[in-house]
Design a protein around this ligand. Structure first.
Ligand code: EPU
Length: 428
């Protein structure tokens, strides 16, 4: 088990290249199950979630290779193998195996998903969608059993705007008989990316990226080649980091339109930003104004950037309020930031950050992926050395983090934890 050490307080500059989108990748890879010939996906991020999904596709009889960020999956010999336990529980997005296997085999058994602990994360809207398409669903000993004699298109209104439910219903519906209409669908860019892959495979989908998606089912889907979109959350993390400790950083391979809400907030704080095609330049800022943020569904401020943004707000003059309307309990990073000298209090769904304060290096623990990103940024801002444990969370979503940070001039390194430290972690 390793920990990440960061010697903070130094300015960074240069160019950082953004990887493919994690939250697209974790849906695109299961989507390959629906085809009957090989699918290649280019530009995937080199993160643990991608490797686990590749292993899961092999467990159900497919072949999958991953090299130079490209995965090729041959789904022709896959079977509807039950996956009640094991690796399936290591990531939340394994719920996409439900939609994809149901679509292809009309049956699936999938262990209830794991992933980041952000408070309650129900999947009732996924289930509602599958049932509307004709599936019978039971929950037995922590695994979801899905079975349908046939899937029939239906009109499905989502009671909650959900990225996962929107994608999962699309996956099940592309090979259903007739037309499916998803109303109150989520509009995140990752949904458009998955719809693009499915369309290249021969699916008939209209309206992805709006709140009404129409799908006309087809009998079969074929292989194709697809290039994933850049990761807007990884890009946003580096933009926040650039604002906090940069002396001019160019973020390369980004779609600026996907980050308008973050760009607006950074500008409001006083950070100079210029967009160019697929790059964003974040200039150095002298003083930061306090700003309030409220997370919303896309195109609002993303919940996944709320935690990293909080670290930057410790440098702002005045009081900032961060409200998370998507995950009201996504505040586990706050205690750790306090250990680093931040002045933050949590009231209900909001964190109130008072600044500016000079963060100090400390031993802290990443409790989830974006909490980890927040601590990395805090470590870069802080005086002295910060030690971050819980790297398994960060490795789920940030490809080659240490190399990218050091490429910008940071001093960050991974170190094996001592036996005593590992014991302490287990008992904590
Ligand atoms: N919700 C329900 N019922 C459902 C589904 C969702 O009540 O059936 C609620 C959730 O509890 C939450 C809200 O609806 O309050 C939105 O959840 P959504 O389904 O959109 O989230 P998700 O699909 O499970 C994805 C990302 C998350 C990101 C959210 C919100 C993936 C694999 N995960 O989760 O990403 O925070 O959308 O944008 O795409 C991350 O990358 O760190 C991460 C957690």
């Amino acid at each position: 088990m390793e920990k990440l050490k960061i010697a903070g307080g130094y300015p960074l500059k240069g160019t950082v290249r953004i990887s493919g989108a994690k939250n697209s990748a974790v849906a695109l890879i299961p989507a390959t199950i629906l085809a009957e010939s090989p699918v290649s996906i280019e530009g995937l991020p080199d993160i643990s979630d991608v490797h686990i999904l590749k292993d899961l596709l092999q467990e159900i009889g497919g072949t999958a290779t991953f090299s130079e960020n490209e995965m090729t999956v041959d789904p022709s010999s896959m079977i509807s193998m039950p996956l009640p336990n094991g690796k399936v529980k290591k990531l939340r997005a394994s719920y996409y195996l439900m939609g994809a296997m149901l679509g292809r085999f009309k049956k699936a058994v999938i262990g209830l998903p794991g992933g980041c602990h952000l408070g309650p994360r129900p999947i009732d809207q996924h289930i509602k969608g599958f049932e509307a398409l004709g599936a019978k669903i039971t929950n037995e000993q922590g695994a979801i059993y899905l079975r349908a004699d046939e899937l029939r298109g239906a009109r499905i209104y989502l009671d909650v705007v959900s990225v996962g439910a929107t994608i999962n219903i699309m996956l099940a519906a592309v090979r259903a008989k007739g037309r499916t209409i998803i109303e109150n669908a989520a509009k995140e860019p990752e949904i458009i990316d998955v719809a693009t892959l499915l369309s290249n495979m021969g699916a008939k989908i209209k309206g992805a990226g709006t709140d009404v998606i129409r799908i006309d089912g087809v009998d079969k889907l074929h292989g194709c080649r697809h290039t994933i979109i850049p990761d807007r959350i990884e890009a946003g993390t580096y933009m926040i980091l650039a604002a906090a400790v940069g002396e001019g950083i160019l973020i390369d391979n980004v779609i600026p339109l996907h980050l308008e809400s973050l760009i607006a907030k950074l500008k409001e704080m006083g950070v100079p930003i210029q967009n160019k095609d697929d790059q964003v330049y974040v200039g150095p800022a002298k003083d930061f104004k306090a700003v309030d943020i409220k997370t919303l569904v896309y195109p609002g401020f993303p919940t996944d950037l709320q935690q990293p943004f909080t670290s930057l707000l410790t440098k702002a003059e005045g009081s900032s309020v961060v409200t998370d309307t998507i995950y009201g309990a996504r505040f586990k990073h706050i205690d750790e930031l306090r250990r680093m000298n931040a002045t933050i209090k949590v009231e209900g769904r909001s964190a109130i950050v008072n600044g500016p304060v000079q963060l100090q290096g400390a031993k802290v623990k990443a409790s989830d992926l974006r909490a980890g990103a927040a601590l990395v940024i805090a470590g870069l801002i802080a005086e002295g050395v910060t030690e971050i444990t819980g790297l398994e969370h960060i490795d789920r979503g940030y490809s080659h983090l240490v190399e990218k940070l050091n490429g910008l001039g940071a001093t960050a390194w991974r170190e094996e934890m001592t036996k005593e430290e590992q014991e302490q972690m287990k008992n904590a």
